[in-house]
Design a protein around this ligand. Structure first.
Ligand code: G6P
Length: 568
């Protein structure tokens, strides 16, 4: 395929389009009867079992998808990514989040320089700093141990760390490594989020970590200034040096903000925000909370999948297979959404994180060469842990729209509960649902089955399930830090594969800019109206009316700072 041609013009794409008709002739329940097919749609790697037999695909479909991957030069693109080539062409950057979790002796180059030593330099600095804070060798301005951490950041500087933090909690409880410590995340510029984060914290025992790749994100910087005010008004401005540290690629701005550069933890422009959880963005707050060694295990899990992704043949390559099947679902079967359904409360923040990884990466309108696309890219990702979701939105998934589902289950619970008189233990109860749901979606229930059950005729259509709804089952051995790293890397690379096939740039995010620049205009207007009484000008009728109403109705809100910052 020539670099400017569209993937949708290739024979492989057209072949898959034609193949849809054939797949439409077969119901999933019939595909599931073919044991050989099902057997070859199971894949095991490093303890993880993937079952993709409930995809609406045959072995023929897979072969056609492999041809598509070849036409899109997926292998070449993966290698270019690992080689540090500037595959993020609109920002002229390498895409090297895999270097963040590479072993110390690995060699990964960006612009002719091995970046692994720098990565480990920062990791060693984090290990040292977090151990000093946790042991009480580094204390706050009044000599007290810093037991609480507020991580200030948004988007990729928030969602990944929050996901891993939530996932690690159960393992940490068992080893007691977070005893007496708290990690909170301040993301929203909404003052209510500030108030909630500060509530119950004492500035004397709190460390604030400002996390921002650019150190210019408006919301994060305002929240950082607010936290600086919270610290300095309670303990004096000199306390900032002991109570605030930063994670950024922009160390100059960190210093200008007033944070000692020695207390700044760097990362690099070859780490995309949504791919930054394995950099200091995640590693610093998580090490402060849990200790470095558990976070190192998480990095090792991700690294194991990185190696698998780079080296496994496509037929046995989990991220490649899952990425290709997602392309099949979106571009050929026409399913616009994907549900991420972990049967694990510890994974409750997986879906919000993957939502950013996937939707910010692949929600694009032009090819990497700037050509408008005649096909849709990306999908609408959403999800909740099971079984909670079953009692909420599964109705639509079973009888309404078709939404391919990712079911994620864990073999061993870290917190088993056994009640003497119950039929099954609590984890078995949870997993009963994990095993049942994919079959309910695939097989459905026919009117004939309902009639045999003597269901009244007027209810038969209501109780019919069409089935033929695709899903994927991912079974993890447990939910330790290593497995969490594996899961993260599987999703990251799967999203990249989708982008590689769609021939888009999955590593830029121009779509977030327009709203930001319009907000700048509104911010100026709010300032001018409040401080100088200027009328609202330069907006369309609708926006002008809304802003005017807002200003008029909030004119009586007190503006004395000391009355507004909570808990000082
Ligand atoms: O880390 P920061 O530079 O503060 O950026 C935070 C977030 O800002 C933007 O909205 C981008 O779309 C996100 O990808 C990024 O993660």
């Amino acid at each position: 395929m020539a670099s400017s041609a569209l993937i949708s013009d290739t024979e492989s794409w057209k072949d898959l389009r034609a193949h849809v008709e054939e797949i439409n002739k077969t119901h999933l329940r019939d595909l599931m009867n073919n044991t050989n097919r099902c057997q070859s749609m199971m894949l095991e790697f490093d303890g993880i079992l993937i079952d993709y037999s409930r995809q609406r695909a045959t072995l023929d479909t897979l072969n056609k998808l492999f041809s598509l991957a070849e036409a899109a030069r997926v292998k070449e693109k993966i290698i270019r990514m690992f080689n540090g080539e500037h595959i993020n062409s609109t920002e002229n950057r390498s895409v090297l989040h895999v270097a963040l979790r590479a072993p110390r002796d690995a060699v990964i180059n960006s612009d002719g320089k091995n970046v692994v030593p720098e990565v480990w330099h920062v990791l060693d600095k984090i290990r040292d700093f977090s151990e000093r804070v946790r042991s009480g060798a580094w204390v706050g301005a009044t000599g007290k141990t810093l037991k609480d951490v507020v991580a200030v950041g948004i988007g990729g500087s928030f969602l990944g760390p929050l996901f891993v933090h939530t996932a690690l909690q159960t393992e940490a409880e068992a080893s007691k490594c977070a005893r007496g410590r708290q990690l909170r995340f301040l993301a929203n510029v909404d003052p209510i989020d500030v108030a909630r984060n500060i509530t119950g914290l004492n500035p004397e025992t709190t460390l604030v970590v400002v996390v921002s790749k650019t150190f210019t994100t408006a919301e994060t910087m305002l929240n950082a200034r607010t936290m600086r005010e919270w610290i300095s008004s309670a303990l004096g401005p000199q306390a900032v040096a002991k109570h605030m540290v930063a994670v950024s690629t922009n160390l100059k701005l960190v210093e200008q903000f007033g944070i000692d550069p020695n207390n700044a933890f760097a990362f690099w422009d070859w780490v995309g925000g949504r791919y930054s959880v394995c950099s200091a963005v995640g590693v610093l707050p998580l090490s402060l909370q849990y200790g470095f060694s558990i976070v190192e295990k998480f990095l090792k899990g991700a690294s194991s999948v990185d190696q698998h992704f780079l080296s496994a043949p496509f037929e046995k390559n989990i991220p490649v297979l899952l990425g290709l099947l997602s392309v099949w679902n979106v571009s050929f079967l026409g399913y616009p959404a994907r549900a991420i359904l972990p049967y694990s409360q510890a994974l409750e923040k997986l879906a919000p994180h993957i939502q950013q990884v996937s939707m910010e990466s692949n929600g694009k309108g032009v090819s990497i060469d700037g050509v408008p696309l005649p096909y849709q890219t990306g999908e609408i990702d959403f999800g909740e842990p099971g079984t909670n979701g079953q009692h909420s939105f599964y109705q639509l998934i079973h009888q309404g729209r078709v939404i391919p589902c990712d079911f994620i289950g864990v073999v061993k619970s870290q917190q088993p509960i056994y009640l003497k008189d119950e039929v099954v233990n609590n984890h078995d109860e949870l997993m009963s649902n994990f095993f049942a749901q994919p079959d309910a979606l695939a097989y459905g229930k026919t009117p004939e089955q309902l009639q045999k059950e003597n269901i009244p005729e007027h209810l038969v259509s209501h109780k019919t399930f069409s089935g033929n709804r695709p899903s994927l089952s991912i079974l993890l051995p447990s939910l330790n830090a290593y497995n969490i790293g594996q899961l993260l890397a599987i999703y990251e690379h799967r999203v990249a594969v989708q982008g590689f096939v769609w021939c888009i740039n999955s590593f830029d995010q121009w779509g977030v800019e327009l709203g930001k620049s319009l907000a700048t205009q509104v911010r100026k207007q709010l300032h001018a109206s409040r401080k100088k009484g200027e009328s609202v000008e330069g907006f369309n009728f609708s926006t002008k009316t809304l802003i005017t109403r807002y200003l008029e109705a909030s004119a009586d809100v007190p503006s004395d700072p000391s009355t507004l910052l909570p808990n000082i």
